[in-house]
Structures are given as structure tokens and as C-alpha cells.
Design a protein around this ligand. Structure first.
Ligand SMILES: Nc1ncnc2c1ncn2[C@@H]1O[C@H](COP(=O)(O)OP(=O)(O)O)[C@@H](O)[C@H]1O
Ligand SMILES: [Mg+2]
Length: 247
């Protein structure tokens, strides 16, 4: 008789609700959402624009607070924690790739990449740094300021910054969105390797079926709820599912 493998949960949410604004302008971005993110799994989140993908990522990562419901990072319940404690959990455990990069304009690419470690007072592992830089093709761009880099290069700096501290959990909002197809494929291949070889946990928002096909599991969001999921996705199956969802 085979036993099912024990799944460790890296992050989860129960009844996650997020409202923005009030009165006539009120928007329910997350509508009582339940999700478990398994450790060492690559999860993709898809759904129409405005379906709550970024909000889900931000609230799971403790960057933004839920209006109601609860969420955990590992064993730590983050709803109800003080801002200081949440910041500490984020620093220790989480890397985040923002949709809009969020690089510091006055810092070089290298300084932006090592910033999380510098803030945490931790040393940079030179071998890991070199590996990330080589894979992301940033070796000759490290002294440049963000304004001197293309969109794709800025995106790769943002990815390197999320990876440099070897966080347990990486959240990425459209990480391959600004890359040409070759660099996009390289980045996604690297992310998949990080999951398979180093046991990294990654949650990635994407609207690209090919990008989603690198993941182990796709969650489909609509109107702030998870409406479907797919394991071992292929680009064709994801595309078919998206067509059924009408976008
Ligand atoms: N800061 C905000 N203020 C007001 N409304 C917001 C804010 N952020 C997101 N929303 C709204 O919440 C809903 C979900 O947004 P978002 O999570 O960004 O969706 P997605 O990433 O899937 O496009 C949308 O209706 C959006 O307009
Ligand atoms: Mg978004």
C-alpha cells in the first residue's frame, strides 16, 4: 500500500476578504478566499485583470492586510501580528518580485539586489550571487542605475533581489511579463529548477499560458475567488481553460 507524501504548507489563507474603498466606490478584491500553498511547489495564479491576483499575492506575503479572514506564512499566523512582526517574518522568509519592479532609483543594480541582505545585516553568499547574476545575464549591468536599464533588465534585477537571500517563499507578480521570450524562458526555467533542485516555494501571477506551464499547479481566480485549479499544466490546457472562462 502506498502512503501519500506529507505535504508541508508554506502559506495559507482562510476566508480571505479584502475590500478597497467605501460606499459607492467600495470594491471587494478578495471574496472569502481559501488557499493552501504547498512547500517546494511552483504555483501559478491566473485570472482576468481585476480578479484579485495581485491582492492575493500581497496579502499572502504580508505586504497588505486582509479586511477579514486569516492567513499564515508557515506556522505563523500573520493576521493580527503587529507591523514590526510582519516585517520581520517577511525579511526572514519572503522574497517578492513586484509587478512594477520597485527598484531604488539612486542605487546601482548590485546595490538594489543586495539591499534586502544589507537591511537584514546579513552577508551576501558570493557563489549564490554569481550564480543568480549569470543565470539572469546581469553581469555587465551591475554598476548601472535602474534608469540606465531596459524594462527587461530592471525586471531581472527585481528577480535577483528576491532570490539573493534564498528566501523560503518567493512571490512574483508577472515576473516574465517584461522579458523577451528567450529571457522569459530562461527565467522560468531557473524558477522551476529552484523548486525542483533547491526545494524553493514559488507563487507566481501570470497571464501567459506558457509561463503557467512551468508550474506544478495553476489556480484560476475570478472575482476574488478561486474557481478552478489544474495540476501538471500544459500551455494548451491552460489556454483552453482560459477560453472557457471567457477571456
Ligand atoms: N489600492 C487599491 N485601491 C482601490 N482598489 C484597488 C486597489 N488595488 C486593487 N484594487 C481593485 O481590486 C480589484 C482587484 O485588483 P488586483 O488584485 O490588482 O487584480 P489583478 O492583479 O487580478 O488585476 C480590482 O477591482 C482593482 O481595481
Ligand atoms: Mg495585478
Amino acid at each position: 500500500m502506498s502512503t501519500s507524501p506529507t505535504v508541508t504548507i508554506a502559506a495559507s489563507m482562510r476566508g480571505g476578504t479584502k475590500d478597497y474603498g467605501s460606499g459607492d466606490a467600495a470594491v471587494r478584491a478578495l471574496d472569502g478566499l481559501d488557499v493552501d500553498i504547498a512547500q517546494s511547489e511552483f504555483t501559478a495564479i491566473m485570472g482576468p485583470s481585476g480578479s484579485g491576483k495581485s491582492t492575493l499575492l500581497h496579502t499572502l506575503a504580508g505586504l497588505d492586510r486582509l479586511t477579514a479572514g486569516e492567513s499564515w506564512i508557515g506556522e505563523t499566523q500573520i493576521t493580527g501580528l503587529s507591523e514590526d512582526k510582519i516585517t520581520q517574518v517577511r525579511r526572514d522568509k519572503i522574497g517578492f518580485v513586484f509587478q512594477a519592479f520597485n527598484l531604488i532609483p539612486s542605487l546601482s543594480a548590485r546595490e538594489n539586489i543586495t539591499l534586502p541582505l544589507d537591511i537584514a545585516g546579513r552577508d551576501v553568499d558570493p557563489q549564490w550571487f554569481e550564480e543568480i547574476i549569470a543565470i539572469l545575464g546581469l553581469g555587465d549591468r551591475l554598476t548601472h542605475l535602474p534608469a540606465e536599464l531596459s524594462g527587461g533588465q530592471q525586471q531581472r534585477v527585481a528577480v535577483a533581489r528576491a532570490l539573493v537571500a534564498r528566501p523560503e517563499l518567493i512571490f512574483a507578480d508577472e515576473p516574465s511579463g517584461n522579458l523577451d521570450s528567450r529571457s522569459g524562458a530562461e527565467l522560468l526555467g531557473f524558477m522551476r529548477r529552484a523548486v525542483k533542485e533547491f526545494g524553493q516555494t514559488i507563487v507566481m501571477v501570470t497571464h501567459d499560458p506558457t509561463a503557467a506551464s512551468y508550474s506544478d499547479r495553476v489556480l484560476f481566480l475570478a472575482d476574488g475567488r478561486i474557481v478552478d485549479e489544474m495540476r501538471e499544466p500544459t500551455a494548451d490546457r491552460v489556454l483552453d481553460r482560459m477560453k472557457q472562462m471567457g477571456h
